[in-house]
Design a protein around this ligand. Structure first.
Ligand code: IPE
Ligand code: IPE
Ligand code: MG
Length: 248
């Protein structure tokens, strides 16, 4: 693989990754899906480090979806175990690299032992400001938007908000990601061309990058290729190419 040169002034601020293809990666090798998930943890460590070094400000990783609870109980158990051990193992690295951990999703659905380590890691890294590592755990965009709608209706019923005041910023304020910039790029590994209920609101104008590379094979150089691809694109946000070029 030739490693492209990146423009350091044009690194996407927020990269969100759908880490897919673990199971198929393992199955292709005649191994159990769990081995694929285990191998995927290594990729997480490598990509977090690379993201930090490349100057990414927010890295959101889709680790477990609301829908993934429907998987066989043993696979869910494996994933929860890996999450717990990753968090325990990673605290030192996060601290050393000045990375702040956050989580989005229905974290209350996670087993108590995972939640406890998660809360500890979030608290221990809260003052770090080198990069935000945002884990999407038991996350689903429709659930997130429904939750926001309920909260807004609650405010209206309590007389704290009027319908005339509701705008896009109001909706944004009630999402898990309220204080984060929208993702500039969504990467999906494993080759599927779908969003699978990931950041549907926030990714409205994200550049989408799909790679056949399975998550356990995804490394720094793949991330660099994805960012190089992003840097070739013209983001128009509904305007014409000419209008966008005129901008300073
Ligand atoms: C992604 O890999 C990990 C999770 C969804 C938790 P998959 O387990 O979905 O792998 P494939 O898509 O079956 O290969
Ligand atoms: C999306 O992958 C969720 C995560 C990567 C955590 P899935 O493997 O669950 O997505 P589908 O089911 O193929 O759409
Ligand atoms: Mg999958």
């Amino acid at each position: 693989m030739t490693i492209p040169h990146l423009d350091p002034d044009h690194i996407p601020r927020h990269i969100a990754i759908i880490m897919d293809g673990n199971g198929r990666w393992a199955q292709r090798k005649g191994l159990a899906r769990a081995i694929g998930h285990k191998a995927g943890v290594k990729s997480v460590q490598k990509i977090v480090k690379a993201g930090r070094e490349l100057g990414v400000q927010v890295l959101t990783l889709y680790a477990f979806s609301s829908e993934n609870w429907q998987r066989p109980a043993l696979e869910v158990k494996t994933l929860m175990g890996l999450l717990k051990s990753y968090l325990k193992l990673e605290l030192d690295n996060l601290t050393k690299n000045n990375i702040q951990l956050r989580a989005i999703g229905e974290v209350e659905r996670l087993p108590a032992e995972v939640r406890d380590v998660l809360t500890d890691t979030i608290n221990c890294t809260a003052a770090n400001n080198g990069m935000i590592l945002n884990l999407a755990l038991s996350y689903g965009s429709r659930q997130e938007i429904t939750r926001a709608v309920k909260a807004i209706v609650g405010k209206c019923l309590a007389g704290e908000l009027s319908d005339a005041e509701i705008n896009e910023d109001t909706v944004n304020d009630f999402l898990y990601t309220s204080d984060l910039p929208d993702p500039d790029m969504v990467i999906r590994t494993g080759g599927e061309s779908r969003l699978s209920n990931f950041l549907l609101w926030q990714a409205s104008y994200a550049e989408i990058y799909i790679t056949e590379t399975a998550w356990p094979n995804f490394r720094r150089d793949h991330l660099i290729s994805a960012i190089a691809d992003y840097q070739q694109r013209q983001r128009r946000f509904g305007k014409t190419g000419e209008q966008v070029q005129k901008q300073p």
